[in-house]
Design a protein around this ligand. Structure first.
Ligand code: 13P
Length: 256
């Protein structure tokens, strides 16, 4: 259990990896090891095309399912998009929104991400809103400015009551897929500042919102990160693509 009774959450972001059968196999292994885990929240976020196969493996499991993106409307003429209603129908309970790869490669703006956050909550999906600075922004000393702008934009119109289902992921862009991790102190500094900002927005509810760290998190560096008072779990990319390190990460959190 992390500080202030926030339950740790370990979420795997598979990104554009795994076919339905590969995904089902991976989830089968994870489920075998963690299906009864209750002290830590465990979520896997496969690509859309593998959601159904993974959901099939997870019925009755404590391992939950999330998507990596969605369109902020329930249905309609939006070729190529997937709605929150469709995700709910595939037993998703979480959705990653505003990942830096979507901001960068698909030009997602804070206001578009905000529409998604509102639509997700409306549909009973828990948004995992990603924020984080690029290397040049960190070097220019503007990290918190950048993150505050992402939080202000992404959370516009979200009330304290709505924020109960919110999760934030701090993912410094320079640490994603690079093997470079923020030091626990660096990450804690930003997590604390994020929580302070959430407190100005949502009051007491801020102490209940989980703030995950993401960016080259793996079993070798997870323990120290998770020891930080405002780090409530991890959003894991590379180390979530095999069951062994992912399961190990959950065990590290559950032993805290
Ligand atoms: P890596 O763990 O591969 O650095 O990816 C982090 C991430 O982007 C999770 O969303």
């Amino acid at each position: 259990m992390s500080q202030n009774t926030r339950k740790y959450l370990i979420a795997g972001n598979w990104k554009m990896n795994n076919t339905p059968s590969e995904g089902a196999e991976l989830v089968r292994e994870i489920n075998l090891a963690l299906g009864q885990e209750t002290s830590v929240g465990v979520v896997v976020c496969p690509p859309f095309t593998a959601l159904e196969a993974c959901a099939g493996e997870l019925s009755g499991s404590n391992v939950q399912l999330g998507a990596q993106n969605m369109y902020p409307k329930s249905e309609g003429a939006y070729t190529g998009e997937v709605s929150p209603v469709m995700l709910r129908a595939l037993f998703c309970t979480f959705v990653i929104l505003g990942h830096s790869e979507r901001r960068e490669y698909f030009a997602e703006s804070d206001s578009f991400i905000n529409e998604k956050v509102l639509a997700a909550i409306e549909s009973n999906l828990k948004p995992i809103l990603c924020v984080g600075e690029r290397l040049e922004e960190r070097e220019a000393g503007t990290t918190m400015e950048v993150i505050k702008k992402q939080l202000d934009g992404g959370l516009a119109g979200v009330t304290a009551e709505m924020a109960e289902s919110l999760i934030i992921a701090y993912e410094p862009v320079w640490a994603i897929g690079t093997g470079k991790t923020a030091t626990p102190e660096m990450a804690q500094e930003v997590h604390a500042a994020i929580r302070a900002d959430l407190a100005t927005k949502f009051g007491e509810t801020a102490s209940k919102i989980r703030i995950l760290y993401g960016g080259s998190m793996k079993p070798a560096n997870a323990s120290e990160l998770l020891d930080q008072p405002d780090i409530d779990g991890g959003l894991i990319g590379g180390a979530s693509l095999q069951s062994k390190p992912f399961v190990e990460l959950v065990k590290i959190a559950s032993n805290k």
